[in-house]
Design a protein around this ligand. Structure first.
Ligand SMILES: C[S@@+](CC[C@H](N)C(=O)[O-])C[C@H]1O[C@@H](n2cnc3c(N)ncnc32)[C@H](O)[C@@H]1O
Length: 215
């Protein structure tokens, strides 16, 4: 009987040489199912591509950052790339509301002392960060995979209040989107400096808002 060779992926899960990791396909299909069941609560039909993930992490200074917080980590396409580049001295905190996605994230990214996967709601962002000893202006970058403009208003308000409190003065809030440029004015109402990066290689094509200086 032929024996397939087994390699280790960057997230340290074994995969068979020459074929796509079966677990990744399972995770993507679960994501699709959740989208059909919950719609805007999931906000996307398919997890971010590696190009979208790279764009959302573009502003991070990996050597200087001390705390990076991911919001709405899903099944972990952005988390995976972030953890490949994360320095041992940097804390990484990922927050996700869906219990099944949290289980997947913990399976994929377990075992690093500077990484925490939190089952929680971004409406409780201030409490989540305070409970972990993060101080005012203690976060270098928020990396958001949320459909932020569609979050309930109260959740948005509490989340942005926490972002204003915790983001460093020169820190960045990035947010993926599947509707290029559409929310530019919306983000400009929240931040003084907003740029948009188009990401064509994503399903569907989209991009990333890079936001600085909360209003
Ligand atoms: C568009 S998906 C993006 C997932 C992943 N970051 C990616 O790029 O593929 C948005 C994610 O945010 C999560 N989410 C939505 N509302 C949330 C909330 N209030 N608090 C925490 N996570 C939330 C959803 O469960 C979903 O996993």
């Amino acid at each position: 009987m032929p024996v397939k060779s087994t390699q280790r992926r960057s997230d340290n899960t074994p995969t068979h040489a020459g074929s796509p990791p079966p677990s990744l396909l399972r995770h993507n299909l679960l994501f699709l199912t959740k989208f059909f069941r919950h719609g805007t609560r999931i906000a996307s039909v398919w997890p971010s591509s590696r190009f979208m993930a790279a764009a959302s992490l573009k502003s991070i200074d990996w050597d200087q950052s001390r705390v990076i917080v991911e919001l709405g980590a899903g099944t972990g396409p952005i988390t995976q790339q972030a953890l490949q580049r994360l320095r041992p001295q940097t804390r990484f905190i990922a927050i996700e509301r869906d219990r099944d996605f949290v289980r997947i994230l913990r399976q994929r990214f377990a075992g690093r002392t500077n990484v925490e996967i939190i089952h929680g709601d971004v409406g409780d962002l201030a409490e989540i960060l305070a409970a972990r000893g993060i101080e005012r202006h203690g976060v270098d970058q928020f990396v958001s995979g949320l459909g932020t403009p569609s979050l309930p208003q109260g959740v948005q308000q509490r989340m942005f209040a926490a972002v204003r409190h915790y983001l460093k003065p020169h820190g960045v809030f990035s947010n993926i989107t599947e509707v290029p440029w559409f929310y530019m004015r919306w983000y400009k109402a929240m931040f003084e400096d907003v740029s948009f990066q188009l990401v064509a290689l994503n399903m569907p094509p989209g991009g990333v808002y890079h936001c600085r200086v909360p209003r």
